[in-house]
Design a protein around this ligand. Sequence first.
Ligand SMILES: Nc1ncnc2c1ncn2[C@@H]1O[C@H](COP(=O)(O)OP(=O)(O)OP(=O)(O)O)[C@@H](O)[C@H]1O
Ligand SMILES: O=c1ccn([C@@H]2O[C@H](COP(=O)(O)O)[C@@H](O)[C@H]2O)c(=O)[nH]1
Length: 244
Amino acid sequence: MSSTPASPELRFRRILLKLSGEALLGNQDSGIDPEILYRVASEAIAVQRSGVQVAIVIGGGNLFRGAGLAEKGMDRVRGDQMGMLATVMNSLAMQDALEKLGANCRVLTALGIDQVGERYSAHQARRYLEQGDIVICAAGSGNPFFTTDTAASLRGVELQCDLLLKATKVDGIYDADPKKNPTAKRFDRLSFEDAIQRQLGVMDLTAMVMCRDNKLPLGVFDMFAPGALAAMVRGEIVGTLVEV
Ligand SMILES: Nc1ncnc2c1ncn2[C@@H]1O[C@H](COP(=O)(O)OP(=O)(O)OP(=O)(O)O)[C@@H](O)[C@H]1O
Ligand SMILES: O=c1ccn([C@@H]2O[C@H](COP(=O)(O)O)[C@@H](O)[C@H]2O)c(=O)[nH]1
């Protein structure tokens, strides 16, 4: 029995929020901009207090990506392990911000690091969500050669979320990368089939296919836009919504 019941007008009972690691940089060259960290944390808390259960996956692109390290000569598996540890550091920073703002937060990690966070288990994560804690799923999937987008879709399905929301550096999915093509056009709504066939790059293919096959809707929105998270959860499309 959930202690955070959704009110009847809410469309979503439980969401998986994927936060861009790279966006946490803000105006800094490396690390985490506390202003962005705290704003996102307070918006996640507001959504949780409105009666929606919130699970979070955070990327690691502000610190390390395995593919980037491998390009410079490092063994790919070791590079990916560094990338996963980068997501753990971002998760701890987010846990700290959430707790400072008064929320209960659990960090569950896919890699065993007992002193830092509890080992991830889907059933335990669901129990924490039902008791009203915000759950951060750290260390991606625990396996190399994956991304945190794929980990977010996996956790979203495992945790029986009704919506996966990707908060990123652009305000939705376009017909081409808007950072490279200024005339690119944004979609309000899109089918997974379309997104996959057109190879739209904002979310990797494995993650898209996982969402499609498990009928998990995906929203993409701008992590820098205040209020966008709450609006997407209310069912207002301020980015792009991808459905089966
Ligand atoms: N068709 C597209 N529509 C929108 N964005 C696109 C598209 N194709 C490529 N992109 C790029 O995808 C990027 C978002 O994905 P990316 O994996 O780089 O970031 P992230 O997942 O938010 O960060 P992190 O990996 O650090 O968590 C955007 O910044 C955008 O430039
Ligand atoms: O399941 C996973 C998730 C991530 N990694 C590694 O971590 C980095 C950071 O994640 P991003 O999604 O790029 O932000 C990623 O580049 C991988 O190196 C992983 O190995 N397995």
